[in-house]
Design a protein. Structure first.
Length: 423
């Protein structure tokens, strides 16, 4: 064992080798990912042209199964959705890492003018899930080639229904996806970002994305003639008062360093100019980045709305439909990810996000059960202006997908190497 400085340099070379024992080399991954890019881009474009919505995505599922077919993986489809789990078992025993790509598109028109734009007027892959699928299929190729070096199992999850359908919740809570033998020990996902420089990885420990709950408030008064409001109980000014009071509530009663966003997005009631309606309704969204703030917001909304209703004798009913929980990245897993990404891509490619994003992700349901992380991959297209995700003009730099392919593979190689078990 040579641990002292050796003037010939051979000792330090030897100790470097020792330090790297069990740490698979990552250098080959980016060139291999770039070589795979034509296939990755072709699959991404095929999906982009044929976007599907919700939990049942038969064409997408078929495209993924076709692309995975030559790789000799164990393929499981089904349950109540179009999910696919592709299992790659290594040669030796070890832990199980889940890599996840969501597959669904959004119900909106596309205005990119791309030659492979959506063939539907009302559907678009505007959140980059087409790219997620293609990157994970690409990574499957890189990993399958290294099967003999792997200790443990990689499960590749192709998940439908992220955009508001709770696909991950169904798979995790209703269908027990993570408990299927071999049970998942940790999970990793990549989300593209069309405004971040290409190839950049953005991450943070702790809250990464917000919870998103739907708020609906029903107001019932008594209708009447618009000229004689004292004979009626008018719900309209009460609804307006609640909208404003909720904003005061947020700024006065919620910790500014544990923020909440309450946005009322629709105010409805009434039919014409001379009739006071009997009822009105408010719709909106509640975002937070901690369960504590989320609970405080729910309680406060109920209290403020009920209090204002009582003051004006309008019956107020608050309905809060819980949506995706806060997406929380495991801190040690983020340290691990930061190290792998920096080694693969260089230190400068990895940036720590100073604060969470107020969007929401159903990967949160996976991260409630097992440690892991979701990170952003920059895929900003060339040029001055970049459209954000969910814009009908959103485009990405497809070259950046090679980075995602290599990062998925690097994470699996290194995580499995760190969790090899004797056997
Ligand atoms: Zn989205
Ligand atoms: Zn998304």
């Amino acid at each position: 064992m040579t641990t002292r400085l050796d003037p010939s340099g051979s000792g330090s070379a030897r100790s470097a080798r020792t330090a790297n024992a069990g740490r698979p080399a990552l250098e080959a991954l980016l060139p291999e990912a770039r070589a795979a890019l034509p296939d990755v881009v072709a699959l991404r474009r095929r999906l982009h042209e044929n976007p599907e919505l919700g939990l049942l995505l038969p064409d997408t599922q078929k495209a993924v199964l076709d692309a995975l077919a030559p790789l000799d993986l164990e393929l499981h489809t089904g349950g109540s959705t179009s999910a696919i789990v592709a299992t790659l078992r290594g040669a030796r025993p070890g832990g199980t890492l889940l890599l996840r790509a969501d597959m669904d598109a959004l119900p909106m028109p596309e205005h990119t003018g791309l030659p492979f734009a959506s063939r539907y007027e009302d559907r678009m892959h505007a959140c980059g899930h087409d790219a997620h699928v293609a990157m994970l299929v690409g990574a499957a190729g890189l990993l399958a080639r290294r099967r003999d070096e792997l200790a443990g199992t990689v499960k590749l999850l192709f998940q439908p229904g992220e955009e508001g359908h709770g696909g991950a919740r169904i798979l995790v809570e209703d269908e027990g996806l993570l408990a299927v033998t071999p049970a998942v020990d940790a999970a990793f996902a990549i989300h593209v970002d069309s405004t971040l420089p290409p190839g950049r990885i953005a991450l943070r420990p702790g809250p990464m994305l917000a919870s998103a709950d739907v708020l609906s408030i029903d107001l019932h008064g008594r209708g009447g003639h618009a000229s004689m409001p004292h004979h009626a109980v008018d719900p309209i000014p009460v609804a307006c008062e609640i909208v404003l009071a909720l904003q005061s509530f947020v700024t006065r009663r919620i910790d500014a360093f544990d923020p909440v966003v309450i946005t009322i997005t629709r105010l409805s009631g009434g039919t014409t100019t001379n009739v006071i309606p009997a009822a009105a309704n408010l719709l909106g969204t509640i975002r937070s980045t901690s369960e504590r703030a989320r609970t405080a917001a729910h309680e406060g909304i109920r209290r403020v709305a009920a209090g204002i209703g009582a003051a004006h004798e309008v019956d107020v009913k608050v309905h809060i439909l819980p949506g995706y929980p806060v997406t929380v990245n495991d801190a040690p897993f983020i340290d691990f990810t930061r190290g792998v990404a920096a080694e693969l891509l260089g230190e400068r490619a990895v940036v720590d996000l100073p604060k969470p994003i107020m969007g929401a992700e159903d990967f949160s349901y996976v991260l409630q059960q097992v440690p892991g992380a979701i990170v952003f991959l920059g895929a900003r297209p060339p040029g001055e202006h970049a459209e954000p995700l969910h814009s009908s003009s959103m485009t990405i730099d497809e070259e950046a997908l090679a980075t995602g392919v290599a990062l998925h593979a690097a994470m699996a190689l290194r995580w499995l190497a760190a969790h090899e078990t004797a056997g």
